[in-house]
Design a protein around this ligand. Structure first.
Ligand code: NAI
Length: 377
Protein backbone atom coordinates (compact mmCIF):
# COMPACT_ATOMS: atom_id res chain seq x y z
CA UNK A 1 0.00 0.00 0.00
CA UNK A 2 1.41 3.44 -0.93
CA UNK A 3 2.63 5.55 1.95
CA UNK A 4 0.70 8.69 2.80
CA UNK A 5 2.36 12.10 2.91
CA UNK A 6 2.38 13.76 6.28
CA UNK A 7 3.09 17.33 7.35
CA UNK A 8 3.72 18.79 10.78
CA UNK A 9 3.25 22.28 12.23
CA UNK A 10 5.03 22.91 15.53
CA UNK A 11 6.70 20.08 17.39
CA UNK A 12 10.14 21.53 16.66
CA UNK A 13 13.45 20.46 18.15
CA UNK A 14 13.25 20.31 21.95
CA UNK A 15 9.45 20.50 22.06
CA UNK A 16 7.62 18.22 24.42
CA UNK A 17 5.13 16.49 22.14
CA UNK A 18 6.92 16.66 18.76
CA UNK A 19 8.94 13.43 19.18
CA UNK A 20 5.86 11.37 20.13
CA UNK A 21 4.18 12.46 16.88
CA UNK A 22 7.23 11.65 14.76
CA UNK A 23 7.67 8.24 16.38
CA UNK A 24 3.94 7.61 16.24
CA UNK A 25 3.24 8.64 12.66
CA UNK A 26 6.17 6.70 11.28
CA UNK A 27 5.97 3.58 13.47
CA UNK A 28 3.83 1.45 11.18
CA UNK A 29 5.02 2.53 7.74
CA UNK A 30 1.86 4.47 6.95
CA UNK A 31 3.26 8.01 6.71
CA UNK A 32 6.34 9.78 5.35
CA UNK A 33 7.27 13.13 6.86
CA UNK A 34 7.05 15.17 3.64
CA UNK A 35 6.52 18.76 4.80
CA UNK A 36 6.73 20.89 7.90
CA UNK A 37 6.72 24.30 9.56
CA UNK A 38 8.18 22.99 12.75
CA UNK A 39 9.22 25.98 14.78
CA UNK A 40 8.13 29.51 15.61
CA UNK A 41 11.72 30.45 14.64
CA UNK A 42 11.66 29.99 10.84
CA UNK A 43 15.37 29.28 10.36
CA UNK A 44 15.47 26.76 13.20
CA UNK A 45 12.35 25.06 11.92
CA UNK A 46 13.63 24.77 8.34
CA UNK A 47 17.03 23.52 9.48
CA UNK A 48 15.50 20.90 11.75
CA UNK A 49 13.00 19.84 9.09
CA UNK A 50 15.78 19.20 6.60
CA UNK A 51 17.74 17.25 9.19
CA UNK A 52 14.64 15.07 9.61
CA UNK A 53 14.66 14.41 5.87
CA UNK A 54 12.13 16.96 4.58
CA UNK A 55 13.07 18.31 1.11
CA UNK A 56 14.35 21.90 1.12
CA UNK A 57 11.31 23.28 -0.75
CA UNK A 58 8.90 21.67 1.71
CA UNK A 59 10.70 22.75 4.91
CA UNK A 60 8.58 25.87 5.27
CA UNK A 61 9.28 29.04 7.26
CA UNK A 62 5.75 29.17 8.69
CA UNK A 63 2.36 27.49 8.43
CA UNK A 64 0.94 30.05 5.97
CA UNK A 65 3.77 29.27 3.51
CA UNK A 66 3.12 25.57 4.06
CA UNK A 67 -0.58 26.01 3.27
CA UNK A 68 0.20 27.93 0.06
CA UNK A 69 2.99 25.55 -0.96
CA UNK A 70 1.10 22.32 -0.32
CA UNK A 71 -2.21 23.45 -1.84
CA UNK A 72 -0.75 23.54 -5.31
CA UNK A 73 1.07 20.19 -5.27
CA UNK A 74 -0.13 16.92 -6.79
CA UNK A 75 1.63 15.09 -3.95
CA UNK A 76 0.23 17.41 -1.26
CA UNK A 77 0.25 16.10 2.30
CA UNK A 78 -2.61 13.72 3.15
CA UNK A 79 -2.56 14.73 6.81
CA UNK A 80 -1.38 17.77 8.77
CA UNK A 81 -0.57 17.55 12.48
CA UNK A 82 -0.96 20.74 14.51
CA UNK A 83 1.38 20.55 17.53
CA UNK A 84 1.82 24.24 18.27
CA UNK A 85 0.83 26.04 21.50
CA UNK A 86 -2.90 26.10 22.26
CA UNK A 87 -3.80 29.62 21.14
CA UNK A 88 -2.80 28.88 17.52
CA UNK A 89 -4.75 25.62 17.07
CA UNK A 90 -8.02 27.15 15.87
CA UNK A 91 -6.60 29.37 13.14
CA UNK A 92 -4.28 26.72 11.71
CA UNK A 93 -6.76 23.82 11.91
CA UNK A 94 -9.55 25.84 10.29
CA UNK A 95 -7.31 27.10 7.47
CA UNK A 96 -6.07 23.61 6.58
CA UNK A 97 -9.53 22.01 6.77
CA UNK A 98 -10.94 24.72 4.52
CA UNK A 99 -8.18 24.07 2.01
CA UNK A 100 -9.18 20.38 1.92
CA UNK A 101 -6.54 18.83 4.19
CA UNK A 102 -7.15 16.23 6.91
CA UNK A 103 -5.95 17.44 10.32
CA UNK A 104 -4.84 15.92 13.62
CA UNK A 105 -4.93 18.75 16.16
CA UNK A 106 -3.36 18.67 19.59
CA UNK A 107 -5.55 19.25 22.61
CA UNK A 108 -7.13 21.56 23.61
CA UNK A 109 -8.52 21.93 20.09
CA UNK A 110 -9.52 25.58 20.55
CA UNK A 111 -9.61 28.31 23.16
CA UNK A 112 -13.37 29.00 23.07
CA UNK A 113 -16.56 26.99 22.65
CA UNK A 114 -17.55 29.10 19.63
CA UNK A 115 -14.27 28.23 17.90
CA UNK A 116 -14.84 24.56 18.72
CA UNK A 117 -18.30 24.65 17.15
CA UNK A 118 -16.81 26.35 14.10
CA UNK A 119 -14.23 23.57 13.66
CA UNK A 120 -16.96 20.93 13.92
CA UNK A 121 -18.99 22.77 11.25
CA UNK A 122 -15.99 23.21 8.93
CA UNK A 123 -14.97 19.55 9.26
CA UNK A 124 -18.52 18.51 8.42
CA UNK A 125 -18.94 20.85 5.46
CA UNK A 126 -15.56 20.01 3.92
CA UNK A 127 -15.88 16.28 4.63
CA UNK A 128 -12.30 16.25 5.90
CA UNK A 129 -11.11 14.28 8.92
CA UNK A 130 -10.44 16.40 11.98
CA UNK A 131 -9.04 14.29 14.82
CA UNK A 132 -7.87 15.46 18.24
CA UNK A 133 -4.93 13.83 19.96
CA UNK A 134 -6.60 12.19 22.95
CA UNK A 135 -3.90 9.58 22.66
CA UNK A 136 -4.48 7.84 26.00
CA UNK A 137 -7.70 6.46 24.53
CA UNK A 138 -5.57 4.47 22.06
CA UNK A 139 -3.68 2.31 24.57
CA UNK A 140 -4.65 -1.31 23.86
CA UNK A 141 -5.85 -1.98 27.41
CA UNK A 142 -7.96 1.17 27.41
CA UNK A 143 -9.65 -0.12 24.27
CA UNK A 144 -10.14 -3.42 26.11
CA UNK A 145 -11.90 -1.61 28.96
CA UNK A 146 -14.14 0.24 26.53
CA UNK A 147 -15.01 -3.04 24.85
CA UNK A 148 -15.81 -4.71 28.19
CA UNK A 149 -18.16 -1.89 29.10
CA UNK A 150 -19.77 -1.85 25.64
CA UNK A 151 -20.45 -5.60 25.78
CA UNK A 152 -22.07 -5.35 29.19
CA UNK A 153 -19.43 -7.23 31.19
CA UNK A 154 -19.70 -4.71 34.03
CA UNK A 155 -23.46 -4.17 33.80
CA UNK A 156 -24.67 -0.61 34.05
CA UNK A 157 -21.83 1.77 34.92
CA UNK A 158 -22.46 3.47 38.24
CA UNK A 159 -19.28 5.45 38.79
CA UNK A 160 -16.16 6.65 36.96
CA UNK A 161 -13.29 8.04 39.02
CA UNK A 162 -10.42 9.66 37.12
CA UNK A 163 -7.25 11.42 38.26
CA UNK A 164 -4.64 13.24 36.25
CA UNK A 165 -2.38 14.72 38.88
CA UNK A 166 1.34 15.41 38.85
CA UNK A 167 3.66 17.50 41.01
CA UNK A 168 5.89 19.09 38.40
CA UNK A 169 4.65 22.62 39.01
CA UNK A 170 4.56 22.24 42.76
CA UNK A 171 7.80 24.06 43.56
CA UNK A 172 6.84 27.66 44.42
CA UNK A 173 10.46 28.79 43.93
CA UNK A 174 10.20 27.67 40.27
CA UNK A 175 6.79 29.26 39.63
CA UNK A 176 8.33 32.15 37.67
CA UNK A 177 10.22 29.90 35.28
CA UNK A 178 8.80 31.03 31.89
CA UNK A 179 8.09 27.43 30.80
CA UNK A 180 5.85 27.01 33.86
CA UNK A 181 4.48 30.52 34.29
CA UNK A 182 2.60 30.82 30.97
CA UNK A 183 0.36 27.88 31.83
CA UNK A 184 -1.26 29.87 34.68
CA UNK A 185 -1.44 33.20 32.82
CA UNK A 186 -4.85 33.75 31.17
CA UNK A 187 -3.28 35.80 28.39
CA UNK A 188 -1.32 32.74 27.28
CA UNK A 189 -3.33 29.77 28.53
CA UNK A 190 -6.94 30.98 28.25
CA UNK A 191 -9.59 30.56 30.94
CA UNK A 192 -8.18 27.46 32.65
CA UNK A 193 -4.77 26.13 33.65
CA UNK A 194 -4.56 22.56 34.91
CA UNK A 195 -8.08 21.44 33.99
CA UNK A 196 -7.62 22.50 30.35
CA UNK A 197 -4.11 21.02 30.25
CA UNK A 198 -4.57 17.60 31.89
CA UNK A 199 -8.11 17.35 33.27
CA UNK A 200 -9.64 17.18 29.81
CA UNK A 201 -7.64 14.03 29.01
CA UNK A 202 -9.20 12.39 32.08
CA UNK A 203 -12.69 13.62 31.23
CA UNK A 204 -12.39 12.45 27.64
CA UNK A 205 -11.24 9.06 28.88
CA UNK A 206 -14.21 8.78 31.26
CA UNK A 207 -16.58 9.36 28.34
CA UNK A 208 -14.58 7.14 26.03
CA UNK A 209 -14.60 4.10 28.32
CA UNK A 210 -18.13 4.56 29.64
CA UNK A 211 -19.45 5.14 26.10
CA UNK A 212 -21.41 8.12 27.36
CA UNK A 213 -21.15 11.93 27.37
CA UNK A 214 -20.83 14.39 30.23
CA UNK A 215 -24.05 16.32 30.74
CA UNK A 216 -23.51 18.46 33.82
CA UNK A 217 -20.71 19.30 36.23
CA UNK A 218 -19.75 21.12 39.41
CA UNK A 219 -16.17 22.34 39.88
CA UNK A 220 -13.91 23.53 42.66
CA UNK A 221 -10.72 25.25 41.42
CA UNK A 222 -7.72 26.29 43.52
CA UNK A 223 -4.57 28.27 42.80
CA UNK A 224 -2.46 26.82 45.56
CA UNK A 225 0.56 28.94 44.60
CA UNK A 226 -0.80 32.41 45.23
CA UNK A 227 0.98 34.17 42.34
CA UNK A 228 -1.00 32.04 39.89
CA UNK A 229 -4.09 33.54 38.34
CA UNK A 230 -5.36 30.24 36.93
CA UNK A 231 -5.98 27.02 38.84
CA UNK A 232 -3.23 24.51 39.52
CA UNK A 233 -5.66 22.07 41.18
CA UNK A 234 -9.26 21.17 40.40
CA UNK A 235 -11.91 18.77 41.60
CA UNK A 236 -14.78 18.25 39.19
CA UNK A 237 -17.91 16.23 39.89
CA UNK A 238 -19.98 15.33 36.88
CA UNK A 239 -22.98 13.37 35.65
CA UNK A 240 -23.25 11.60 32.34
CA UNK A 241 -26.28 11.46 30.05
CA UNK A 242 -27.03 7.89 31.15
CA UNK A 243 -26.79 8.77 34.87
CA UNK A 244 -23.21 7.60 35.55
CA UNK A 245 -21.62 9.58 38.38
CA UNK A 246 -18.15 11.02 37.65
CA UNK A 247 -15.38 12.23 39.99
CA UNK A 248 -12.27 13.85 38.59
CA UNK A 249 -9.20 15.26 40.35
CA UNK A 250 -6.47 17.03 38.44
CA UNK A 251 -3.46 18.79 39.91
CA UNK A 252 0.01 20.02 39.02
CA UNK A 253 1.14 20.50 42.62
CA UNK A 254 0.78 16.89 43.79
CA UNK A 255 4.47 16.49 44.60
CA UNK A 256 5.49 12.86 44.35
CA UNK A 257 3.02 12.00 41.62
CA UNK A 258 4.91 11.77 38.33
CA UNK A 259 2.37 11.12 35.62
CA UNK A 260 -0.59 10.32 37.78
CA UNK A 261 -3.24 9.52 35.24
CA UNK A 262 -5.45 6.69 36.36
CA UNK A 263 -9.06 5.75 35.93
CA UNK A 264 -11.49 3.40 37.66
CA UNK A 265 -14.85 2.29 36.33
CA UNK A 266 -17.38 0.72 38.67
CA UNK A 267 -20.39 -1.13 37.26
CA UNK A 268 -23.18 -3.23 38.78
CA UNK A 269 -21.26 -6.47 38.24
CA UNK A 270 -17.61 -5.48 38.33
CA UNK A 271 -14.89 -2.86 38.47
CA UNK A 272 -11.87 -1.95 36.33
CA UNK A 273 -8.71 0.03 37.07
CA UNK A 274 -6.01 1.30 34.68
CA UNK A 275 -3.05 3.63 35.22
CA UNK A 276 -0.91 5.27 32.55
CA UNK A 277 2.29 4.44 34.44
CA UNK A 278 1.44 0.71 34.15
CA UNK A 279 -0.43 0.78 30.84
CA UNK A 280 -0.08 -2.93 30.08
CA UNK A 281 -2.35 -4.02 32.91
CA UNK A 282 -6.00 -3.69 33.75
CA UNK A 283 -7.23 -4.79 37.16
CA UNK A 284 -10.63 -6.43 36.82
CA UNK A 285 -12.77 -7.39 39.78
CA UNK A 286 -16.01 -9.27 39.02
CA UNK A 287 -18.51 -8.80 41.84
CA UNK A 288 -17.98 -11.32 44.64
CA UNK A 289 -14.80 -12.72 43.06
CA UNK A 290 -11.06 -12.18 43.24
CA UNK A 291 -9.28 -9.38 41.36
CA UNK A 292 -7.68 -10.51 38.10
CA UNK A 293 -4.83 -8.79 36.31
CA UNK A 294 -5.39 -8.65 32.58
CA UNK A 295 -2.24 -8.17 30.54
CA UNK A 296 -1.72 -6.61 27.12
CA UNK A 297 -0.79 -9.36 24.67
CA UNK A 298 -2.48 -12.24 26.50
CA UNK A 299 -4.90 -14.53 24.70
CA UNK A 300 -8.61 -13.83 24.75
CA UNK A 301 -8.52 -10.04 24.60
CA UNK A 302 -10.78 -8.16 22.20
CA UNK A 303 -9.76 -7.86 18.56
CA UNK A 304 -9.39 -4.12 19.11
CA UNK A 305 -6.80 -4.56 21.90
CA UNK A 306 -4.96 -7.17 19.83
CA UNK A 307 -5.00 -4.99 16.69
CA UNK A 308 -3.33 -2.08 18.47
CA UNK A 309 -0.53 -4.03 20.12
CA UNK A 310 2.68 -4.76 18.22
CA UNK A 311 5.03 -6.55 20.59
CA UNK A 312 4.33 -9.69 22.56
CA UNK A 313 3.17 -10.07 26.14
CA UNK A 314 5.05 -8.24 28.90
CA UNK A 315 7.03 -6.01 26.53
CA UNK A 316 6.15 -2.35 27.19
CA UNK A 317 4.96 -0.31 24.20
CA UNK A 318 4.09 2.92 25.93
CA UNK A 319 3.17 6.48 25.09
CA UNK A 320 4.63 7.01 21.58
CA UNK A 321 2.98 3.80 20.38
CA UNK A 322 -0.35 4.90 21.85
CA UNK A 323 0.08 8.00 19.69
CA UNK A 324 1.00 5.61 16.84
CA UNK A 325 -2.38 3.93 17.29
CA UNK A 326 -4.08 7.25 16.61
CA UNK A 327 -2.06 7.43 13.36
CA UNK A 328 -2.94 3.81 12.47
CA UNK A 329 -6.63 4.71 12.68
CA UNK A 330 -6.06 7.98 10.83
CA UNK A 331 -4.29 6.19 7.98
CA UNK A 332 -7.19 3.75 7.76
CA UNK A 333 -9.73 6.57 7.80
CA UNK A 334 -7.84 8.49 5.07
CA UNK A 335 -7.84 5.30 2.98
CA UNK A 336 -11.59 5.04 3.40
CA UNK A 337 -12.00 2.64 6.30
CA UNK A 338 -13.75 4.08 9.32
CA UNK A 339 -12.87 3.44 12.94
CA UNK A 340 -15.40 4.68 15.44
CA UNK A 341 -12.91 5.11 18.26
CA UNK A 342 -10.83 7.89 16.66
CA UNK A 343 -11.17 11.03 18.79
CA UNK A 344 -12.67 13.77 16.65
CA UNK A 345 -13.43 17.49 16.59
CA UNK A 346 -16.68 16.67 18.40
CA UNK A 347 -14.64 15.38 21.34
CA UNK A 348 -12.46 18.50 21.16
CA UNK A 349 -15.58 20.67 21.27
CA UNK A 350 -17.10 18.78 24.22
CA UNK A 351 -13.85 19.29 26.16
CA UNK A 352 -13.85 22.99 25.44
CA UNK A 353 -17.43 23.32 26.65
CA UNK A 354 -16.53 21.39 29.82
CA UNK A 355 -13.54 23.69 30.45
CA UNK A 356 -15.58 26.88 30.11
CA UNK A 357 -18.46 25.52 32.16
CA UNK A 358 -16.09 24.27 34.88
CA UNK A 359 -14.65 27.78 35.12
CA UNK A 360 -18.17 29.21 35.41
CA UNK A 361 -19.10 26.65 38.07
CA UNK A 362 -15.94 27.26 40.10
CA UNK A 363 -16.67 31.01 40.06
CA UNK A 364 -20.20 30.26 41.29
CA UNK A 365 -19.01 28.23 44.32
CA UNK A 366 -19.47 24.93 42.57
CA UNK A 367 -22.95 25.44 41.18
CA UNK A 368 -24.07 22.62 38.88
CA UNK A 369 -23.98 23.73 35.25
CA UNK A 370 -24.81 22.20 31.86
CA UNK A 371 -21.48 20.92 30.49
CA UNK A 372 -22.64 20.37 26.91
CA UNK A 373 -21.75 22.67 24.03
CA UNK A 374 -24.79 24.70 22.88
CA UNK A 375 -24.68 22.75 19.60
CA UNK A 376 -25.48 19.47 21.44
CA UNK A 377 -28.08 20.70 23.92
P1 NAI B 1 6.42 23.18 23.41
O1 NAI B 1 6.43 24.60 23.86
O2 NAI B 1 7.34 22.19 24.03
O3 NAI B 1 6.65 23.13 21.81
C1 NAI B 1 5.91 23.92 20.92
C2 NAI B 1 6.57 23.84 19.55
O4 NAI B 1 5.77 24.56 18.60
C3 NAI B 1 7.95 24.50 19.51
O5 NAI B 1 8.81 23.75 18.68
C4 NAI B 1 7.67 25.88 18.90
O6 NAI B 1 8.80 26.43 18.23
C5 NAI B 1 6.59 25.52 17.90
N1 NAI B 1 5.75 26.65 17.52
C6 NAI B 1 5.21 27.60 18.32
N2 NAI B 1 4.46 28.45 17.58
C7 NAI B 1 4.53 28.01 16.30
C8 NAI B 1 3.97 28.46 15.09
N3 NAI B 1 3.18 29.54 15.03
N4 NAI B 1 4.25 27.81 13.95
C9 NAI B 1 5.06 26.70 13.97
N5 NAI B 1 5.62 26.22 15.10
C10 NAI B 1 5.34 26.86 16.25
O7 NAI B 1 4.91 22.71 23.56
P2 NAI B 1 4.37 21.22 23.77
O8 NAI B 1 4.38 20.91 25.22
O9 NAI B 1 5.02 20.32 22.79
O10 NAI B 1 2.82 21.44 23.44
C11 NAI B 1 2.37 21.65 22.11
C12 NAI B 1 0.88 21.25 22.08
O11 NAI B 1 0.78 19.87 22.35
C13 NAI B 1 0.04 21.96 23.14
O12 NAI B 1 -1.19 22.29 22.58
C14 NAI B 1 -0.13 20.94 24.24
O13 NAI B 1 -1.35 21.09 24.97
C15 NAI B 1 -0.12 19.66 23.45
N6 NAI B 1 0.36 18.49 24.23
C16 NAI B 1 -0.39 17.35 24.17
C17 NAI B 1 -0.02 16.21 24.85
C18 NAI B 1 -0.86 14.99 24.74
O14 NAI B 1 -0.74 14.09 25.57
N7 NAI B 1 -1.73 14.87 23.76
C19 NAI B 1 1.18 16.20 25.71
C20 NAI B 1 1.95 17.44 25.64
C21 NAI B 1 1.54 18.53 24.94
Amino acid sequence: MAKLNWGMIGGGEGSQIGPAHRLGAQADGNFTLAAGALDVDAAKGRDYGMRLGIAEDRAYANWQDMLDGEKGRDDRVDLVTVATPNSTHFEITKAFLEAGFNVLCEKPMTMTVEEGEEIVRVAKSTGRICAVNYCYSAYPMVREMRQMVATGQLGKIRLVVANFSHGHHGDATDADNPRVRWRYDPKMAGVSGQFADCGIHAMHMASFIAGDQVRSLSADFASTISSRELEDDAMVNFRMEGGTVGRLWTSSVAIGRQHGFDIQVFGETGGLRWASEQPNQVYYTPVGRRTQIMEKGEGGLSSEAARLSRVSIAHPEGFPLAVANIYVDLAAAIRGEVYGALPTAEDGLRSMAAVHQAVASAKADGAWVDARPPMYR
